[in-house]
Design a protein around this ligand. Structure first.
Ligand SMILES: CC(C)(COP(=O)(O)OP(=O)(O)OC[C@H]1O[C@@H](n2cnc3c(N)ncnc32)[C@H](O)[C@@H]1OP(=O)(O)O)[C@@H](O)C(=O)NCCC(=O)NCCS
Length: 171
C-alpha cells in the first residue's frame, strides 16, 4: 500500500499509531450525525481495529480494505482524518471519508478523496467507485458531486443494499 501525496496533504497508510490522533475526532458527535455507526468503544478498541486493518484485507482475504490517514503536508502534525476504500473482486470499490470538524470547508476531504479515487483506478484497476450517503448529509454529497459522482437511478439502487434515507452515488 502506497503513501499518496497531493498539493497540501500526505495520505499515510493507516497504522495503529494513528488511533491516538483520530480517536477524539471519531467521538465528535458532529462527525457521527449522519453515520450509521457510533463512536469507538474506547481508544483501545480503536487501536485493535486499526491493528487488524494493517492486514489491508478482509477476513476472508477476498477484498482489499484500504485506509489512509490524512496528514497536512510539511506540518509534522497529527492525522486530521481518513479516507477508506473497500475494493471488491469485481473491480468495484466502496469509498468513505472523514475530516476533523475544525477543518471542514477547506476542500481537504475533496482533495484527499480525489487522490484516493485516482489511485484506486491506476493501482487497483477499479472500474466503479460507490458511496452511500445519508440524504441530509449535504457536505458529503456535494463532495461526491464535485468529484464527478452521480446519483444512482432506482434500478441501480434496487440492485444494491441501500438503507432507507440514503442515496447511492456512483462514478
Ligand atoms: C463529509 C465531510 C468530509 C465534508 O467536509 P467538507 O469540509 O464539507 O468537504 P471538503 O473538504 O471537500 O470541503 C468542501 C468545501 O470547502 C470549500 N473549499 C475551499 N477550498 C477548496 C478547495 N481548494 N477545493 C475544494 N473545495 C474547497 C468548498 O467550496 C466547499 O465548501 P461549500 O460546500 O460551502 O461549497 C465532513 O463533513 C465530515 O467529515 N463529516 C463527517 C463524516 C461523514 O459524514 N463522512 C461522509 C460519509 S462516508
Amino acid at each position: 500500500m502506497q503513501t499518496l501525496h497531493t498539493s497540501r496533504l500526505v495520505l499515510e497508510p493507516l497504522v495503529v499509531s494513528h488511533a491516538d490522533a483520530l480517536y477524539p475526532l471519531l467521538c465528535d458527535p458532529r462527525q457521527l450525525e449522519y453515520l450509521d455507526h457510533g463512536a469507538p468503544a474506547s481508544l483501545g478498541a480503536l487501536r485493535e481495529r486499526y491493528r487488524k486493518l494493517e492486514s489491508r484485507r478482509s477476513g476472508d482475504g477476498l477484498e482489499h480494505w484500504l485506509n489512509w490517514a490524512i496528514v497536512v503536508r510539511g506540518a509534522d502534525a497529527d492525522a486530521i482524518g481518513f479516507v477508506q476504500a473497500t475494493v471488491q473482486r469485481d473491480g468495484r470499490a466502496w469509498v468513505a471519508y472523514q475530516v476533523a470538524r475544525a477543518l471542514w470547508g477547506h476542500g481537504i476531504a475533496t482533495e484527499a478523496t480525489r487522490a484516493m479515487v485516482d489511485h484506486l483506478i491506476a493501482r487497483y484497476a477499479v472500474t466503479q467507485c460507490m458511496a452511500t450517503v445519508d440524504q441530509r448529509n449535504q457536505r458529503s454529497w456535494r463532495l461526491l458531486e464535485r468529484l464527478g459522482f452521480g446519483r444512482a437511478d432506482a434500478k441501480q439502487v434496487a440492485a444494491m443494499d441501500v438503507q432507507a434515507g440514503d442515496w447511492l452515488y456512483l462514478r
